[in-house]
Design a protein around this ligand. Sequence first.
Ligand SMILES: O=C(O)CCc1cccc(O)c1O
Ligand SMILES: [Fe+2]
Length: 318
Amino acid sequence: MNSGSSLDIAAVGLSHSPLIGKNDPAPEVLERVEAAVSGARDFVRDFDPELVVLFAPDHYNGFFYKEMPPFCLATEAHAVGDFGSSSGPLSVDSAAARALAESVLDQDVDLTVSARMTVDHGFAQPLEVLFGGIDRVPVVPVFVNGVATPLGPVSRIRALGTALGRAAAGLGTRVLFLGSGGLSHDPPVPVLDGAPPRVADALIEGHPPTAEQRARGEERVIQAGRDYAAGSAKMIPINPRWDNDLLDLLECGDLAAFDSWTVAWMGEQGGGSAHEVRTWIAAFAGLAAGGAYEMTSRFYEPVPEWIAGFAVATARRR
Ligand SMILES: O=C(O)CCc1cccc(O)c1O
Ligand SMILES: [Fe+2]
């Protein structure tokens, strides 16, 4: 149990992958990852958050090009259960969500609000991994677009995180900022630009896939993981140097440095889904809004089997 100030804030960044448990790396890699994740779980248990502000991307399960916001806060959310992740309602703290939304808007950050957000493994997995389910802790889900171009400047994501950090301080509760995704990786997520009409239509309209279509899509991602690990894929490789540079900036707290990271450069360095690191930047900006922080643990390992530069980091106020 946490015995500190009720206004404590903390942050955790955690990579996700729908291939965990489906296309696993060597046992020793798995062991190292599990030890790091277990450390994060202990950190979260000790911190004992009263509210989790969860930043996560979507993989064309909830947000489509019919209208694609750069980010969106939910006052209610339900998970689709892709790749065997949990389905059903998340335990959203609607009152906190509304209060945070109002405060963020008051701080001059344009925010989309959803009263019924559809989310996928990007949200479900970190809640399962750290809390044992999607309905175990009061949460405010915040979608951060990490795949659907055009993407705006990283500075706006940092501004969102900062505004939510300030807003959360006004709640008077212990808040954990949690970022889900990244780091560098280039999974076979469809791209609207140049897509054949049927694919384009699906990306725009978001017709729910049939069970068979979903199974086929998931099998394609699993096969891509096998190819990535075998080095036979045309995907942009995991970039440990880039990933560690990112973790260095988060560790030293120089979040303003991310403002010069361009969308094009990030994609070249880290692959099409590297933009998921926006969730980490938002989470750490939320923590930084409360003052100086320290990173209390940091783990990184490239896991091509999962199509993930896999990282776990925990941080709290000094
Ligand atoms: O297409 C999908 O639904 C998921 C693709 C995907 C694969 C590995 C790691 C990820 O972060 C990711 O997003
Ligand atoms: Fe993802």
